[in-house]
Design a protein around this ligand. Structure first.
Ligand SMILES: Cc1ncc(C[n+]2csc(CCOP(=O)(O)OP(=O)(O)O)c2C)c(N)n1
Length: 896
């Protein structure tokens, strides 16, 4: 039996075990049987001190040890962290009597295990515990299962009682940051009456907290900080952390500044920004990601951005780049995407060495109170899944908050895990400045109105400090006010136009010009040979070994290149040209439909081997990750990754295209509209398996219509390549073209192994991506033209051949958006007046590309009819049999 364990047991438990043993020795484990036998051996009935064993003393001792453990574990229940509520002074689990102790024991010395001292009075123990865990900082850390991590935290909290000493200079700096935060809001309120700013008032402590994070960076070796946050206090953060000039912010209020790019722009509290901060010669590049209103949606994007930077820095990347996410209490507890991002934190493909989470808990979400918005005690409880420390800090105790920051930063650096700091504060006004909070929380808001702002509270505390003169305090405040006033009428600096840094040589305009994507045959053979050469002693599954050899043989033969082979050759040729490739998605290494196998597993020892890593050049890298089972989080992450990597092909693959709508916020708010709102381009590729094969509503449609509805102003490219060579050229084009736009690719499922769906080496080594495939044939003589896209082409072509309908020509639209209107017009212009024109699709009439294509055909004044499933509420039927009948009906109607 572990002595520590015995010491940590509560008296009640020991008693209960003892009674059980007395009743039936067999009912307790062997080691307890021995323990109690030994105990009774020494029993002395007359004294209560049995043969040298002091029963009462032993119970008290174990009570003291339990008390220490309990305060570490639950002391936060008595922490005084809410500025709006009186401090809680009693909790039944933390009463002396609960441990079999009372006031009389306070001055008794006890032997203490894992405490500051080996011997201490109960009074000392209790004071240490209460001061450490029950003042302005409540700490949850005993859910951490690693004993070293727990002890590490204890060693840094108990000696200083979670309240370190700050120098006067440091205190004045805190006050300056608090003044900046508070006076900025008052200034905006006065100067821009009635304008929304989502004031930080009540939560001003956020500014010294973020400032401290940045100031801790040099010591931690951090060179980059990437932040994500929502509306609340964002302008304040932009001004006082990001150093966005006041004059630029004021010009945005006055709407007298041009955005510096052509686009829709965004409201000022969504905009991103970056700056370099020089801290005594140590430069820290700080970025705040642009984000939409959708709360918490930016988190995964920030993680992806960080990971891309970390990958660029190499081995010590995770140490150098720090993700900081700032959350609202209601959003942190309410949005499921939080859990997805937390779940990424320790995964090899998505981890970023620990994220610093700051939850600004203003105790309300719009008008909703915590009792209606969460089932947990704390807004942060979801984070406990990570076994990481959570600090709950009183929002009017800036020094305690800064101490929590220091601990969090050091913890992250030591253990590479997430940390959460919750700042418990309040919101001085309504949700925005036009909202009346007293409609819904009249008493709470009376109380808030009576509360002095935190900069005043802290200034009053400092005024008591010896060595701080009233003049010093006054001048500090005056300086902050003067900076605001003097910037009010200063014109802002011109915003730079175009992309910058790594993006500076990337074009800002879409171009339909064909891109040279072919590769020399010798190059294809060389990379194919390398891909086929497995390391000696590596034994893949027999079928995979054959597949790898067959891929190579197809290249040597010059024909029979299937989808998986073409896709692998695409990555290989790009890697060979120095472009990195990162693909992630559910089961993407093997491929949901078994076509990819870009990571091969040894049958004997399960070690993995990635052939594509052997063809990388010039510092490029290949990464393929099986993702966590998430769409929202993972797509957001890969989008973020793509923002940092214009010279990388970043691909996200949905298991089936139909599941991508779990990430709809990322698609709508970032991928489709990020560039026009924020001037941030992305070359992200979304691979969306598509095709009607009788697998029901969630395994068929991939919702083509949704993407087409989002298309305008060449914001993204939507494609449905029908051959392996087309896929090859399309993905190569994505890197080789002069600009970056998100690329949506509807990829096949059954075609992956369809014997007719194969390409030749010549197809890959000549030509380029064809936006529209028009077969050789006499269009003028055709009686029927069928336009289509994707897999249905193969069904139509088979039927056309079977029926010997040489009068019908099939036109494949390979790029739906931007549509190659000239090519479509060319077809229509050439065909005769009585030629039957039809669009054929597998989807119901209200889905698929039809409604979009109908508009395009109308614009071209072409009367094109529809063939496909009738409109439906559901994208596909559940019965394979009904599916087959519907598919046959489409073919019958296509060939009347
Ligand atoms: C996903 C999403 N749903 C709803 C909203 C509307 N909304 C804006 S702020 C807000 C309340 C947020 O509360 P909290 O997270 O506590 O942050 P606070 O505004 O209090 O700082 C809501 C519901 C939104 N922006 N995003």
């Amino acid at each position: 039996m572990d002595g520590n364990f015995l010491a940590a047991m509560s008296g009640e438990l020991l008693d209960a075990l003892y009674r059980d043993w007395q009743h039936s020795a067999a009912s307790v484990p062997e080691e307890w049987r021995l323990f109690f036998s030994g105990f009774e051996l020494g029993l002395d009935d007359s004294s209560g001190s049995h043969g040298g064993f002091d029963e009462q003393g032993a119970l008290k001792l174990s009570g003291v040890q339990s008390l220490i453990y309990r305060y570490r574990s639950l002391g936060h229940l008595l922490a005084c962290t809410d500025p709006l509520s009186p401090c809680q002074l009693f909790h039944p689990l933390l009463e002396l009597s609960t441990f079999g102790l009372d006031e009389k024991d306070l001055d008794t010395f006890f032997v203490c295990r894992r405490f500051l001292k080996p011997r201490a009075t109960l009074r000392e123990v209790l004071e240490t515990m209460r001061e450490t865990y029950c003042r302005e900082t409540g700490v949850e850390f005993m859910h951490i299962q690693d004993p070293d991590e727990r002890q590490w935290l204890i060693d840094r909290m108990e000696p200083c009682r979670n309240r370190p000493v700050f120098s006067i200079a440091e205190k004045l700096h805190i006050l300056e940051k608090l003044h900046q935060a508070a006076l900025f809001e008052l200034f905006l309120h006065r100067r821009f009456v009635g304008q929304k700013r989502f004031s930080l008032e009540g939560g001003e402590v956020l500014i010294p907290v973020l400032d401290r994070i940045i100031r801790d960076c040099p010591e931690a070796g951090i060179s980059d900080v990437v932040m994500g946050m929502s509306h609340r206090g964002r302008l304040n953060v932009l001004a006082h952390i990001m150093r966005k000039p006041y004059e630029t912010l004021f010009a945005e209020f006055k709407e007298s500044v041009s955005p510096g790019f052509m686009g829709d722009g965004d409201v000022k509290y969504h905009k991103g920004y970056s700056c370099d901060i020089d801290l005594d010669g140590h430069l820290v590049h700080v970025t705040i990601a642009a984000n939409p209103s959708h709360l918490e949606a930016v988190n995964a994007v920030v993680e992806g951005k960080c990971r891309a930077r970390q990958d660029r820095y190499g081995a010590d990347g995770a140490g150098r780049v720090l993700p900081v996410l700032i959350h609202g209490d209601a959003a942190f507890a309410g949005q499921g995407s939080i859990m997805e991002v937390l779940n990424m934190s320790q995964l090899a493909g998505y981890g970023t060495g620990g994220t610093l989470h700051v939850v600004l808990n203003n105790q309300i979400g719009f008008t909703t109170l915590p009792k209606d918005s969460r089932s947990t005690r704390y807004a942060t409880d979801v984070a406990k899944m990570l076994s990481c420390p959570i600090f709950h800090v009183q929002g009017e105790a800036p020094e305690s908050a800064l101490h929590a920051v220091d601990l969090a930063m050091e913890y992250r650096r030591t253990f590479h895990r997430d940390v959460v700091i919750e700042l418990i504060c309040y919101r001085r006004h309504g949700h925005n400045e036009g909202d009346e909070p007293a409609f819904t929380q009249p008493i709470m808001y009376q109380q808030i109105a009576a509360r002095p702002p935190v900069n005043r509270i802290y200034a009053a505390t400092l005024a008591e400090e010896p060595g701080v003169s009233p003049d010093t305090l006054e001048q500090l405040e005056q300086r902050v006010n003067e900076a605001l006033e003097s910037s009010f009428n200063t014109p802002p600096l011109e915003q730079p136009v175009g992309f910058s840094d790594r993006w500076s040589n990337i074009g800002t305009e879409y171009s339909a010009k064909a891109v040279e994507t072919a590769v020399p045959v010798e190059k294809l053979v060389t990379v194919a040979r390398r891909l086929a050469a497995l390391p000696s002693g590596f034994i893949p599954h027999a079928k995979i070994g054959t597949l790898i050899q067959k891929r190579f043989e197809a290249v040597l033969k010059g024909e029979g290149i299937d989808w998986g082979n073409a896709e692998t050759l695409t990555y290989a040729t790009l890697l060979d040209q120095g472009y990195s490739v990162r693909i992630s998605g559910q089961d993407s290494q093997r491929g949901t439909f078994n076509h990819r196998h870009c990571v091969v597993i040894d049958s004997h020892d399960e070690r993995s081997y990635t052939p594509l890593e052997t063809v990388v050049r010039d510092g490029a890298g290949f990464q393929a990750w099986n993702s966590l089972l998430s769409e929202f989080g993972v797509l957001g992450f890969e989008y973020g990754y793509s923002l940092e990597t214009p010279q990388s092909l970043t691909l996200w693959e949905a298991q089936f295209g139909d599941f991508a709508n779990g990430a709809q916020v990322i698609i709508d708010q970032f991928i489709a509209s990020g560039e026009t709102k924020w001037n941030r381009a992305s070359g992200l590729v979304m691979l969306l398996p598509h095709g009607y094969e009788g697998q029901g509503a969630e395994h068929s449609s991939a919702r083509i219509e949704r993407y087409l509805q989002l298309c305008a102003s060449e914001n993204m490219i939507v494609t449905c390549p029908s051959t392996p060579a087309q896929m090859f050229h399309l993905l190569r084009r994505q890197m080789l073209q002069s600009f970056r736009k998100p690329l949506v690719v509807f990829t096949p499922k059954s075609l992956l192994r369809h014997p007719v769906c194969s390409s030749t080496v010549a197809d890959c080594c000549a030509g380029t991506f064809q936006t529209c495939i028009v077969p050789a044939g006499d269009l003028a003589a055709a009686r029927q033209i069928l336009f289509c896209s994707g897999k249905i082409y193969y069904d139509l072509e088979e039927e056309r051949i079977r029926r010997e309908r040489s009068d019908t020509i099939l036109i494949r639209i390979e790029q739906l958006y931007p549509l190659d209107c000239a090519a479509v017009r060319g077809v229509i212009d050439l065909c005769g007046a009585d030629c039957r024109l039809r669009w054929v699709q597998e989807e119901p009439e209200n889905m698929g590309a039809w409604q979009y294509m109908e508009r395009c055909f109308n614009d071209l004044s072409a009367a094109v009819g529809y063939i496909g499933r009738p409109a439906d509420a559901c994208s596909a039927v559940g019965s394979h049999h009904v599916h087959a009948e519907q598919q046959a009906e489409i073919l019958r109607r296509a060939f009347p």
